[in-house]
Design a protein. Sequence first.
Length: 189
Amino acid sequence: MSKGLVAPEDERGVVRVFQVQLSKNEMTSFTAKEPLDDGAIRSPINRTLGVAELDHDFVEVFPAADLQGTGLVAYLTEGLGVLEDEIEDHKARLEGLTGYVMIVRSGAFKGKAARMKANYPLDYIGGYLDDSATRELSLPTPPRAQGHADFVQNGAPPKLRERSTKRSLLALVAIVVAGVVIWMLGANK
C-alpha cells in the first residue's frame, strides 16, 4: 500500500497531510467548488493535486491554529484514527505546521488509482495509515477463508465505516466548540 503521492486502485486507510502556503484571502478561491453537469466538482484543489476527480467529502482544509490546544497530532490519531506508530517520527513537524493544512483521505479518490502532485501552494508532509487500513497479505488465501479475504479486500462493512465517520465528525465539532470557547474567553479580557 502506497502512502506517498500515488494512490493505488481501491486504496483504503491512508490519510495524507499537506501544508497549504496561501494567505487567508487566497484560501477562499483555493477552496471554491464548481459543480459540473455530470455531478462532479471542479476545484483549484483538483488542479493543484493533479487529480481530475475528487470526492471533496474526504478533503479537509483548515487553519492549523484551529487545533490550538488539541493539536494536529491528536486530531489525526483521535479524530481520524491514524495509528500512533505511523506518526511517531513526524510529531514535531506536524505540530509545528502553521498557516493552512489540507488532509486528503483515501476515499477522496473514489476507489480509482491516482497520481498526485504537490504543486504550489502545497507542501506534502506525509501519508499515514489509519485504523481502517487494509494490509496486503503475501500468502495465498485458502478457499475456506475466502469470506475473510473478501472482507479485507472490500473494506470494513458500512456500519463500521459509518461509526468511523461519526467519530471523526464528533471530534471536529468538539475542536470547533473548544476553539469558539477559547476565542470567547480571550475576547472578554
